[in-house]
Design a protein around this ligand. Structure first.
Ligand code: S3P
Length: 429
């Protein structure tokens, strides 16, 4: 699908963005392991979450929609059944990595695959530590999906994570819950901590503190009524849009602002953005706020080090903000972006440069010479990556002339209402 975009009027009014993808995946998977009926309120309805639901159903888990909630009937670990076909994780790295940790300890054969993008993404990072725990996992080309998992008895591990990855951390926690003996995970840089919060609330024997997580197995997981907040990674597109389109004033309600995810707000504020968090509250163990964003001129900044895992999915849209900020910005320590749904460093560099940006690609980051009003409309492509599609749409809002975005349907992965919401606010799409 192609979409035509032009410069827009100020963004004004109130919106809610789609539900948090990371929390939705976890709420479904963890509920499937609990004894009894749990529910997920405001679960994200998008392709990645559909992949997780379908895989869980193939494992014998009952998931039903009832009055706007998903009801998950788990019967503990013992009741999971061998799937009679390949588990298709679609485009979703979270589905594949979390389910691999779960299935590593189940006494049957599972085969996980996905689309062309997912079959290019590195799985060695989960295979190695899971094999140290006793798992048996065969992969293609030394660490690429499809993965064939023959469930084994697992033992706990003491492991320093070589990459700051919440998917890896959660895969190991799911394996550790079934293992003999404790599992200790050490993180040099903090990745998102939703799993720790949710598993603790469910009664898991989990301690987490200052980059070290200790999990003692043997505690049954209690079902919960999970409440999923809005996704800050989806809100980020509208936060940047309202910041860079002059005259905007936009209230984004019900956004999850967990400190392990909210780096994007800090960076934009350091660039001069005007963002006010209102009505701050805690819902289901997660901090939530309404964000009021008013447009403001931006200046250049540097994103690096421990900030990167706290905004890893927001770097494409931050690159757009940097392109229209005054001065030279730099992103460093972000090599992980090369192994996301697309190579996000290469793609943002090529597509923003087609729009007149001055972006230079580094092995682990970007250097961006920013200039307010510096972008022009062009024909650009999402590379079938949802976050690239939405970032380029935001860039088009301030570009001179018309932009054509190809493979615009990629937004369905995490934010299917994106185009409708943007059209409602701007009436330009
Ligand atoms: C996610 C973790 C991050 C993030 C992804 C979702 C999660 O990936 O980029 O969109 O839900 O755990 P990594 O674990 O690979 O950093």
């Amino acid at each position: 699908m192609e979409i035509q975009l032009s410069p827009c009027q100020p963004l004004r009014g109130e919106i809610e963005v789609s539900a948090d993808k990371s929390i939705s995946h976890r709420a479904l998977i963890f509920s499937a392991l609990a004894q009894g009926e749990g529910s997920v309120n405001n679960c994200l309805e998008a392709q990645d979450i559909r992949a997780t639901c379908n895989c869980l159903r193939q494992l014998g888990v009952e998931i039903k929609a009832k009055q706007g909630r998903l009801i998950v009937r788990g019967n503990g670990w013992q009741d999971l059944q061998e799937p009679d076909d390949i588990l298709d994780c679609g485009n979703s790295g979270t589905t594949m990595r979390l389910l691999t940790g779960l299935l590593a300890g189940r006494p049957f054969l599972s085969i996980l695959s996905g689309d062309a993008s997912l079959r290019r993404r590195p799985m060695r990072r989960i295979i190695d530590p899971l094999e140290r725990m006793g798992a048996s996992i065969s992969s293609r080309h030394n660490g690429l999906a499809p993965l064939a998992i023959k469930g084994q008895r697992l033992k706990g591990i003491d492991y320093q994570l070589p990459v700051a990855s919440a998917q890896l951390k959660t895969a190991l926690l799911l394996a550790g819950l079934q293992a003999e003996g404790p599992t200790v995970l050490r993180e040099a840089e903090h990745s998102r901590d939703h799993s720790e919060r949710m598993l603790s609330a469910m009664g898991a024997g989990l301690r987490f503190d200052g980059g070290e997580i200790t999990l003692r197995p043997g505690f049954a997981l209690e079902p919960q009524d999970f409440q999923v907040p809005g996704d800050i990674s989806s809100a980020a597109f509208f936060i940047v849009a309202a910041t860079i389109v002059p005259g905007s004033e936009l209230l984004i309600r019900n956004v999850g602002v967990n400190p392990t995810r909210s780096g994007v707000i800090e960076v934009l504020e350091s660039m001069g953005a005007d963002i006010t968090a209102e009505n701050c509250r805690v819902i289901g163990g997660e901090p939530v706020a309404d964000l009021l964003v008013r447009s403001a001129p931006l200046r250049a900044t540097v994103v690096e080090g421990s900030l990167v895992p706290r905004l890893v999915d927001e770097i494409p849209v931050l690159a757009v903000a940097m392109t229209v900020a005054e001065g030279e910005s730099r992103v460093d320590g972000a090599a992980e972006l090369r192994v996301k749904e697309s190579d996000r460093l290469a793609v943002m560099c090529s597509e923003l440069n087609k729009m007149g940006g001055h972006v230079e690609e580094l092995p682990r980051g970007l250097i961006i010479q920013g200039r307010p009003g510096g972008l022009q409309g062009a024909r650009v492509d999402s590379f079938a990556d949802h976050r690239i599609a939405m970032s380029l749409a935001v860039a088009a809002l301030t570009a001179t002339g018309e932009t054509t975005l190809t493979q615009a349907e990629a937004v369905d992965i995490s934010f299917p209402q994106f185009w409708t919401l943007l059209r409602k606010l701007t009436e330009i799409v």
